[in-house]
Design a binder for this molecule. Sequence first.
Ligand SMILES: [Zn+2]
Length: 148
Amino acid sequence: MRKIEHIIIHCSATPEGRHHTLADIDRWHKERGFATVDGITVGYHYVIQLDGTLETGRPHKRAGAHARGRNRNSIGICYIGGLDKNMKPKNTLTAAQKHRLEITVKKLLYDYPQAKVSGHYNWASKDCPCFDVQDWCKSVGIQEKHIT
Ligand SMILES: [Zn+2]
């Protein structure tokens, strides 16, 4: 069993309003040479579509490929979006995505009570996931001890 210490949030870095699914990201990650195990290539454990649909990628028991140096002990969640029409970083979370993200993160914190939530930007010099994860955590009532 992996020890999960981080729940790391990402965006797909795709333009606002453009629909994508886990299958798309799976294909992109295959093209980038990520390992395929049991038919699953995508580096994230979850993908949240524009309409809030939650899709499951890698099983929890398998390390992700989403945050260099932190994959071993983390779960990676990716929402579709994160860029404006000009491909500039933007918080494009839809109301449905926000709601699904909150439910998903809180469920994970219940399952992994020692885990802390962070954004990809906490571990790499990137804008991902293009919103302030710490502010968001506080706004949905996630306890300080669960915030990176
Ligand atoms: Zn990321």
